[in-house]
Design a protein around this ligand. Structure first.
Ligand SMILES: C[C@H](O)[C@H](O)[C@@H](O)C(=O)CO
Ligand code: MN
Length: 427
């Protein structure tokens, strides 16, 4: 243990103790927090099933930083590198197109066997797995509709794909002993102002009713539904709006997914948590960073991330909330993007746990808003970093920016040797 880390930690501990904050207990709680790291940051949301398929669905990855993973083995290698720099044990969030199989299989026919290698790897690594049907980047989603498509044959295809995905999610949960959250997001919507906003939503409701008809063991699989305000090509109307999915989720006991980039620029997901918590079965977060639009930038320690963490901690929502990341940046080292996003999310949770919440709530009830503001501001400069450094040291991951040298080394020894993306896949 670095003596400097320990000395700073001991000083910080004393400071927090003055406010009744037990730092050791906080570190224990943080160690139990699993964050679901999204596999798709590792290869720009390409996946392995449709090798020549471009990314569609109104989402976009910019940048062409060398070394993107090209095969399941390369992606697992990169995930392992990232996790070696992130304290604690977490989950990996997979998409259906990341099936690890030589079989030519259509996505509505995917089965657990196509993900066996992911499960044995997750077991080896002590990781949980989450899942997503991939309702984009496919010829049957080309005209911008899937579960709400007017053509029943197209809807049938996507319903079957989502049903297959839930079974794979349940397989993950059963095999790994950690509940899998299977999250449905569809790109359905119109570029320009529609006439009929209702019929697509009625079709989506009916499709989802069929997708979710089969009861699965909730210890193995939980269903989530993800809303959005707009996408590229669905600027004027998205079928799966927040109102739609909040209504569907509450009425049908499904987890509601809030993606930080999926609301109007003046809206924040932190502001929604305390209301959702009163009505919904559970919350899934896609922690992300929109810059002017749903740009899926790497998560930084900004006010919204901190406020989201504060809401989860202050209202004791961590037990009902599944925290996942969702961003895709192809302009920087992709392992660094994962590490920055994960460590920032953990740091925000730590900072929220290191606040004198009970006392702040008490002074607020007493109407002493001076103390409330003064203390909230002063705690922003309390030494949470010294506590974070100790957390990293205890979990045998590099302290502060020391992880970056390891990523640069990996870039030299592994990523730089990878050719262009298509070269590595079997023909
Ligand atoms: C790849 C994910 O399914 C996707 O990012 C979705 O979660 C989303 O946020 C789309 O905008
Ligand atoms: Mn998302």
């Amino acid at each position: 243990m670095n003596a400097g880390v320990d000395a700073s930690y001991q000083e910080a501990k004393k400071l927090y103790a003055k406010h009744g904050i037990d730092v050791e207990a906080v570190l224990e709680k943080l160690a139990k927090m699993k964050v679901s790291m999204h596999c798709w940051q590792g290869d720009d949301v390409r996946g392995f099933l449709n090798r020549d398929q471009e990314l569609t669905g109104g989402i976009a990855v910019t940048g062409n930083y060398p070394g993107a993973a090209r095969t399941p083995d390369e992606l697992r290698q990169d995930l392992e590198k990232a996790f070696s720099l992130i304290p604690g044990k977490h989950k990996v969030n997979l998409h259906a197109i990341y099936a690890d199989t030589e079989e030519k299989v259509e996505i509505d026919r995917l089965e657990p066997k196509h993900f066996e290698r992911w499960v044995s790897w997750a077991k080896e690594q002590g990781l949980g797995l989450d899942f997503n049907p991939t309702c984009f980047s496919h010829e049957k989603s080309e005209d911008g509709f899937t579960l709400s498509h007017p053509d029943p044959a197209i809807r049938r295809f996507w319903i079957d794909h989502c049903k297959a995905s839930r079974k794979i999610g349940a397989y993950f949960g059963e095999q790994l002993g950690q509940t899998c959250v299977t999250n449905v997001w569809i790109p359905d919507g119109f570029k320009d102002t529609p006439v009929d906003r209702l019929a697509p939503r009625q079709r989506l409701k009916d499709s989802l009713d069929e997708v979710f008809r089969e009861e699965l063991n909730p210890a193995h699989n939980l269903d989530a539904v993800e809303s959005k305000v707009f996408g590229i090509g669905s600027e004027s109307y998205v079928v799966g709006s927040h109102e739609f999915y909040m209504g569907y989720g509450v009425a049908n006991g499904k987890i509601i997914c809030l993606d930080a980039g999926h609301f109007h620029p003046t809206e924040t997901i932190s502001g929604k948590l305390s209301s959702l918590a009163l009505f919904s079965k559970g919350i899934l977060l896609h922690v992300s960073r929109p810059v002017r639009w749903d740009s899926d930038h790497v998560v930084i320690m900004d006010d919204e991330l901190l406020d989201t963490a504060r809401e989860l901690v202050r209202h004791d929502l961590l037990g009902m909330t599944h925290i996942g990341l969702d961003f895709f940046d192809g302009s920087i080292n992709r392992i660094a993007a994962w590490v920055i996003g994960m460590r920032n999310t953990q740091k925000a949770l730590l900072r929220a746990m290191l606040e004198p919440t009970d006392y702040l709530r008490q002074v607020e009830l007493e109407g002493d808003y001076t103390t409330r503001l003064a203390l909230m501001e002063e705690f922003k400069s309390y030494p949470f970093g010294a506590v974070w450094d100790m957390f990293c040291a205890r979990h045998n991951v590099p302290v502060r920016e020391e992880w970056l040298a390891e990523v640069k080394q990996y870039e030299q020894s592994v990523l730089s040797l990878r050719g262009q993306w298509k070269a590595a896949l079997p023909s």
